[in-house]
Design a protein around this ligand. Structure first.
Ligand SMILES: *Cc1c(COP(=O)(O)O)cnc(C)c1O
Length: 400
């Protein structure tokens, strides 16, 4: 078998138009978002306006990172130190980190085999705790039944904040991820759907929430220069009562993002061509279980996950090594020792320890692979052949 030579961490180049816009910002010297001439709209404000339009939300705030967007969202939603905040047991470290950053305490909710929030366990955790907020993390782009979720949250008076780091552009029945609750939190870190190295976007339709978040992000008294903010009256008291927790986006990153946002729908189409090809090639193997993707979900296939349900830790390590030997970089969420970007709730020692037997069992057999747009469809077919081959060679096919 020919080894694959592509690089799994290699995203596409920044488009020429974005590079030219970034050079213009640098030539101007006006990199700070409030450094504007006359009534010019800064790139940061233009990004807010355009992202709000894409998302169909009234307001948008550009900020320093996705994790930062979540932490100010929690604060602006009124979460206090010591409060419990519900969140997914399968997520990335910045999510419990954002909850910890406001002094609150994560309560993890189990996931299902389809890698989404387990709504029965959510109801159990709602009744067992005094949590008033769910920070829903649609980890790796998997959306739970959003209609059922919203109805449970409404019945119990729980606020919804969405972590959309992997669901920018994803939809449940034509409604964009991020539009189901009080706010949506997005990341423009290199490995997400828009790439400015680091960056975050927060959206909402709630004027007071957004005024608080804008002040928190470090807007000084210059909030009326933003691209998609509530009217000045909303800020009248909030501006004096809200701390400045400096975490703005700068014009350079915004300039790099604007052309990418205009091309987002095309990127989604290309991600899904790649995802669907790999999913098709892997789905024929008995040993491999792909999460079911319900017809209500318009996903963005920027990564793929699959399970080898009864794999032992030794088999999982052998499987990773055999793929790596042939150039295919998989991640495994079942390792006791967190590596790279994969840590799990056992490694977050600052959080109260919690028993999550279902999640643990799922993670023990869960593999994950990035699908950068720098890969061609032929690359994706090659990768699929390698994975199929290693499953067969290690005789994992019998496992069920
Ligand atoms: C990347 C990521 C974040 C946070 O994004 P940053 O911009 O890196 O802070 C949040 N949630 C998930 C699931 C992520 O993958």
């Amino acid at each position: 078998m020919d080894p694959f030579r592509g690089v799994f961490t290699q995203q596409e180049a920044i488009p020429d138009e974005a590079i030219a816009a970034a050079v213009d910002v640098m030539r101007s010297g006006r990199l700070h978002r409030y450094n504007t001439l006359g009534d010019e709209l800064s790139p940061a404000s233009e990004l807010e306006r355009n992202f709000a339009a894409y998302q169909g939300s009234r307001y948008c705030l550009a900020c320093a990172s996705g994790g930062y967007a979540m932490s100010i969202a929690l604060r602006a939603a009124g979460v206090q130190p010591g409060d419990h905040v519900l969140t997914n047991s399968f997520t990335l470290a910045p999510v419990p980190g954002a909850i910890a950053s406001v002094g609150a305490r994560p309560v993890f909710v189990e996931i299902t085999e389809n890698l989404v929030l387990d709504l029965a366990d959510l109801e159990a955790k709602i009744s067992e705790t005094d949590a008033k907020v769910l920070l829903l993390s649609s980890m790796r782009g998997h959306l739970c039944d959003m209609d059922a979720l919203v109805s449970i949250l409404e019945d119990n008076g729980i606020l919804l904040l969405e972590d959309c780091a992997h669901t920018m552009g994803a939809k449940w029945k034509d409604r964009l991820s991020g539009n189901f609750g009080l706010a949506g939190c997005f990341s423009t870190q290199t490995y997400k759907h828009l790439n400015s190295g680091e960056g975050g976007l927060l959206t909402s339709n709630d004027p007071e929430f957004m005024a608080r978040a804008t002040m928190l992000s470090g807007s000084y008294m210059l909030y009326d220069r933003h691209g998609a903010v509530p009217a000045s009256e909303t800020f009248e008291d909030i501006r004096l009562e809200t701390a400045n927790m400096s975490g703005r986006m700068d014009n350079l990153r915004a300039a790099v993002l604007l052309p990418q946002l205009a091309a987002l729908e095309d990127s989604i189409r290309r991600w899904n061509e790649r995802y669907d090809l790999i999913a098709r090639q892997l789905s024929g193997l008995g040993a491999i279980q792909l999460p079911h993707r319900p017809p209500e979900e318009r996903y963005v296939g920027s990564s793929i996950q699959f399970r080898l349900p009864s794999v032992t830790p030794d088999q999982a390590r052998a499987f990773l090594a055999a793929n790596k030997n042939l150039g295919v970089e998989l991640k495994w969420f079942g390792d006791d020792n967190p590596v790279g970007f994969t840590s799990n709730h056992h490694s977050w020692k600052y959080v109260d320890p919690q028993k999550l037997p279902v999640t643990d069992q799922i993670l023990a057999g869960l593999f994950d692979m990035r699908i950068p747009l720098s890969f061609t469809l032929e690359d994706c077919a090659h990768i699929s052949r390698i994975i199929r081959n290693t499953v067969e060679e290690l005789s994992l096919s019998g496992a069920a």
